[in-house]
Design a protein around this ligand. Structure first.
Ligand SMILES: Nc1ncnc2c1ncn2[C@@H]1O[C@H](COP(=O)(O)OP(=O)(O)OP(=O)(O)O)[C@@H](O)[C@H]1O
Ligand SMILES: [Mg+2]
Length: 175
């Protein structure tokens, strides 16, 4: 993907203090294949962007760089104006960046609350999963996000769109 109007910031002298995520001069090759060539991207607080391009244009590659999947690339990624060098996905998550994959990554047999806190269970005495606390925390999170889902509902019984909301709530619960 080459830098184009859809990817390069066009803000001119606009205030950059509300830029939460930026990528500058990003290049990435796989063997001899250049996936990204000098690409720029800027995301400001409250913005929603659609990244569009034909198959093989480099969309996934850029998203993987921004979210810590790929650690080797040229250029600079910055969060809140500070250059970052994510060592992996966890690092990016700690900085508030997560990918919601098209293919869902939930456990259908478990509840909404259990899925949200999977691997980060709230424990009683460090041993027993505290389902009440987990359900309460999930309920508060869902309410804050305006998502009308029962924390106790089995994820496999939800519609795909609802399952995606669970994934989004889970990602936001990490930041
Ligand atoms: N792991 C890889 N190894 C080798 N080449 C790769 C790899 N990942 C991507 N590429 C190549 O890099 C280029 C960009 O691929 P990328 O998957 O980022 O495009 P995309 O815009 O996400 O495409 P699609 O719309 O098909 O999802 C393509 O030429 C692709 O073949
Ligand atoms: Mg892709």
């Amino acid at each position: 993907m080459r830098e184009s109007s859809s990817l390069s910031p066009q803000h001119g002298a606009a205030d950059r203090s509300d830029t939460v995520l930026s990528a500058e001069h990003i290049s990435k090759s796989f063997g001899g294949i250049a996936a990204l060539v000098d690409v720029g991207f800027e995301l400001r607080r409250g913005e929603v962007h659609a990244l569009m391009g034909e198959n093989g244009a480099g969309k996934s590659t850029l998203v993987k760089i921004l979210s810590g999947v790929y650690t080797g690339y040229e250029g600079t990624v910055s969060v809140d104006g500070h250059p970052v060098n994510f060592a992996g996905v966890r690092d990016a998550e700690d900085a508030g960046i997560a990918i919601i994959h098209q293919e869902l990554n939930l456990v259908p047999e478990l509840s909404v609350a259990d899925n949200i806190f999977l691997g980060r269970e709230k424990l009683i005495a460090g041993l027993i999963v505290d389902r009440k606390a987990s359900s309460r925390a999930a309920g508060a999170l869902l309410q804050r996000l305006g998502i009308e889902l029962d924390p106790q509902a089995r994820v496999g019984a939800l519609r795909v769109g609802e399952q995606q909301l669970v994934e989004i709530a889970k990602a936001l619960s990490m930041s």
